[in-house]
Write a protein that binds this ligand. Structure first.
Ligand SMILES: Cc1cc2nc3c(=O)[nH]c(=O)nc-3n(C[C@H](O)[C@H](O)[C@H](O)COP(=O)(O)OP(=O)(O)OC[C@H]3O[C@@H](n4cnc5c(N)ncnc54)[C@H](O)[C@@H]3O)c2cc1C
Length: 431
């Protein structure tokens, strides 16, 4: 194999999967990873358990301690890639060191969205985002030092609710402020959100929807009070900003790399600049369901992006078929799954099947387009989720067994025989 220098910026799930792909094919050439964070590796979805005191930093790692050594990766930690020069094919680090590459992967993730808030300054004590371990460690230190008993969380999306879960585990009572008319509005519908809101309220949280923070007041340099757009006021000494994440485009600013919401990539995870690839939360790749380019900032998508990018970077031309939004999370003790288009706007085009048992908090919703499943919500009944995910991925025509989709025992065995054979894919293997 020719001499190729691989350079990966960012060291999270897209990066790790890119390394796995490269080393599956190219055992020898040099791989360098640059991360501006100090820990060797950690999983962002587990940060809420660290906040809640339920796990340690060591247990946040999603690869073994010797992963980088085994894969012969030169890991540079705590250094930021400050400038990318695509014509010279080199990256300057914040200590001015230059790294040359033949293939570069940008997997720099997202940055927190901080909405305009009157009186906000970054140095105010008691205000945190919830994206990085360093910040969460600072948050834990503050909670312990200031003996925090209540908090305000701006944003009732996935990250906000995960922060809430961590706070509740610490015995802190949070108030959630969400701009939309319900929590988890991006992935859930009214019924699903109301089950979560009810459980939050039972657990001692307050939920304020259709409102946002307009201004804040400080006392001795610390957050003391927040003012809502509705005119309400709340006293608090802890504010977590979790209003969303946008792709981190800092490194590609001023380069010829094309961006829209995120860094635009083709089906091979390549940007428009030869030798430069992008993956994960910073990339805007193909969405399996809409067939357009979209930012889908979730773990499984970042992992798949990284894997496909790695294959293409070492010459194994592999097309990314696109993925769809999918979330599988335990929220306030409720196992939840959502896949694809859970909340279609143009309702005429879609058929919706629902089953709600409010008493038990069990909810199942299936969204169909042209007799194909394109969206699923499952609350407290997530056991057979894989089968629904497969129906979406394989675009299976469900007309013949549509009436079975909401059944409690719906699973592979309920599918007609010809489908089961097709899915198992082995001649003669019966299921
Ligand atoms: C609190 C929280 C909970 C989540 N829960 C879930 C969940 O339950 N399920 C799910 O599917 N997804 C969840 N996500 C989203 C998931 O974590 C992300 O989709 C995933 O981590 C994206 O991986 P990535 O490889 O794109 O990069 P990221 O994980 O975003 O990491 C990018 C890395 O690049 C570094 N970096 C940035 N700029 C530079 C630079 N210039 N030089 C060097 N390094 C740089 C960053 O510091 C960071 O370490 C959650 C996210 C958060 C924050």
């Amino acid at each position: 194999m020719d001499k190729i220098r691989y350079l990966i910026i960012g060291n999270s799930v897209a990066a790790v999967n890119c390394v796995r792909s490269i080393r599956g094919i190219d055992k020898a050439n040099e791989i360098t990873i640059v991360s501006d964070e100090e820990p060797f590796n950690y999983s962002r979805p587990l940060l809420c358990y660290y906040l809640g005191g339920k796990t340690t930093q060591e247990k946040l790692a999603f690869v073994d301690g010797d992963f980088y050594e085994r894969h012969k990766v030169n890991l540079i930690l705590d250094k930021r890639a400050a400038a990318l020069n695509v014509s010279e094919m080199e990256v300057a680090l914040d200590d001015s060191k230059l790294l040359s590459y033949d293939r570069c992967l940008i997997s720099v993730g997202g940055v927190p969205i901080v909405p305009p808030i009157e009186g906000f300054r970054e140095d105010i004590e008691g205000i945190f985002t919830f994206l990085k371990l360093k910040e969460v460690k600072r948050l834990v230190g503050y909670i312990e030092r200031a003996e925090i008993k209540e908090a305000v969380v701006l944003g009732g999306g996935l990250i906000g609710l995960k922060a809430v879960e961590g706070l509740v585990s610490r015995g802190i009572k949070p108030t959630i402020i969400e701009l939309m008319d319900r929590v988890l509005a991006n992935t859930f519908d009214k019924e699903a959100s109301s089950i979560i809101e009810e459980r939050l309220t039972q657990g001692g949280c307050k939920v304020i929807v259709g409102d946002t923070i307009q201004g804040i007041e400080t006392k001795n340099g610390r957050i003391a009070r927040i003012f809502l757009r509705s005119g309400k006021e709340l006293a608090t000494s802890l504010l977590i900003l979790a209003a969303g994440v946008r792709p981190n485009l800092e490194l590609v600013k001023g380069t010829p790399i094309r961006v829209d919401r995120g860094i635009l990539v083709d089906g091979f995870m390549s940007t428009n600049v030869e030798g430069v690839y992008a993956a994960g939360d910073c990339a805007q790749g193909i969405d399996f369901l809409s067939k357009t380019n979209a930012v889908i900032a979730i773990w499984p998508v970042a992992a798949r992006h990284g894997r496909i990018a790695g294959l293409n970077m070492c010459g194994m031309r592999t097309e990314y078929p696109g993925l769809f939004a999918m979330n599988s999370v335990q929220l306030i003790d409720i196992p939840t799954i959502s896949f694809g288009m859970t909340n279609p706007l143009e309702e005429l085009e879609y058929e919706v099947l629902k089953n709600l048992d409010k008493g038990k908090g069990v909810y199942k919703k299936i969204v169909l387009r042209d007799n194909r499943v394109v969206g699923v919500i499952l609350l407290n009944c997530a056991e057979r989720a894989g089968v629904y995910g497969m129906l979406i991925r394989e675009a299976i025509d469900v007309q013949g067994f549509k009436d079975q989709l909401l059944r409690d025992d719906f699973g592979l065995l309920v599918l007609p025989k010809e489908f089961r054979k097709h899915l198992v894919g082995e001649v003669g293997l019966e299921v």
